[in-house]
Design a protein around this ligand. Sequence first.
Ligand code: UD1
Ligand code: MG
Length: 507
Amino acid sequence: MGHISALTAWLILAAEVGAVFIILTTAHDPLTVNVGFSVLAGITTWSAIPALSEIFVKAGLKGMDLSKKTKHIIPESMGMVAGLIYLVTMFLFIPFPFMKWFTASNDGDLHELKLLTFPNLKLAELLSALLSIQSMVFLGFADDVLDIRWRFKMPLPAIASIPLLMVYWVHLGVTHIVVPIPLRPILGQLIDLGALYYVYMGMVAIFCTHSINIMAGINGVEVGQSLVIACSIAINDMIFLQSASTGAPAIETHLFSLYFILPFIGVSLGLMIHNWYPSKVFIGDTYCYFAGMTFAVVGILAHYSKTLLLFFIPQIFNFLLSAPQLFRLVPCPRHRVPRYNRQTNLMEPSRVVLDEEEDFEVEFSSTKQESKRTLGRSPSSVSLSSAGAAGASTQDSDESPTESSNPPTTIRLQDLRPLKNSKLKRSGWYCVKILEALGLTHVRYDSKTGKRPLEMTNLTILNLILLKAGPMSERNLTISVMVVQFCCSLVAFFIRHRLVAFVYDVV
Ligand code: UD1
Ligand code: MG
């Protein structure tokens, strides 16, 4: 560890010895052991990353920081280190929740009793959860290396959650939802969703993993939001563990949740130190998938997926905002991250091109007549030969080249489709107008008619923050996202622990 001073090295050693001491002396209390392991995992991640950075770069796992003056190469996929250390930590932790069965005497009837009382399903829960997380770490890494296409990687988290859902089916098997009090006269107290509940949980896994990956691209933002969510989950678990009204099964599930979340916080903090502005390492899709799946796992097995989604309010908003680009109603560039302005050293909203200023200005008219009128008003700007130059297909057209250079007064709308300036579909045009009216994007129109949208700001929460608050440094933008995430967590706590009393008869 040549990169750290002797004093820091001694401090690390002291913390590691302290953590091991906690683990050894409190082996009977899994939660305290888990805290010790989490500290160890955090320190190990923090110290392993600089040592492994060069190896990652040599292996081709590197990326370019898009928001810096000088473009230097940065090791990518460092979430793999955090994910692996997390998994090793959790594997080492597996025996501890079952310690009392290990320490019991092995002879005679007691051994029989041990076999009868050992919580096999609890062990199965732990193992299936680790299997699902491990699968997503692996898939995230594969995505970093192979750049898997969205249509293929989209359903993968649901497939990775099947082991988990199997155990859920055997152990908990709860597929009903409690109906809010005001709706009970109509719907009754419970609605059994049956198989749909499993579809819902698969969707939760898909959402948690991908939603972090699309709220990404500036230094520290992926780990930052994940840390706020993880701390919110941990606090929520602690509230339940402290509450006198929490029953034994709920205590078990919230303890289970803490066992998974505390080491996650440990490795994320270790990673964050290197990923914080200015980033020395990138975390890659590996971390986004690892984080998302860890949250999905605890939400599903600890049976609080609705509360979990409350902690994902910014991600839900970002997903809904992104939907027109994700579903290609409007163009979606490879990177939607805010644009770095070299002159000011500040981040500004990035834009996506919707249409071209040049060529002719055919408006999106609802009827053929309107289209004809537009063209008729401005015949000089209509040129089929320029359309041909722009890659338009005129093979269906009857016009000869001579006729093309002399624009006709009437043109069928289908003749114009292949042109560059019909890139924005009608549905996309409506999206642009609605989002603009809601103040969620800024649209630039063509200078001649002022009606044809040429550019819009990319539909992400990062660009929206910049749109509303003005340009800011990359570091401040990450902090802003974390503040938004924190405020949404406060709202989530208020809804879950206060507002819920008006809607449900359980707190
Ligand atoms: C997702 C987003 C994409 C965004 C990208 C940024 C969608 C549909 N996709 O794509 O819009 O641009 O994440 O991660 O919303 N990078 C930085 N600084 C950072 C982190 C990343 O410049 O702090 C850049 C680096 O060039 C890095 C690259 O982003 O190599 C990683 O992008 P990748 O994770 O491959 O993008 P996607 O997840 O496919
Ligand atoms: Mg990514």
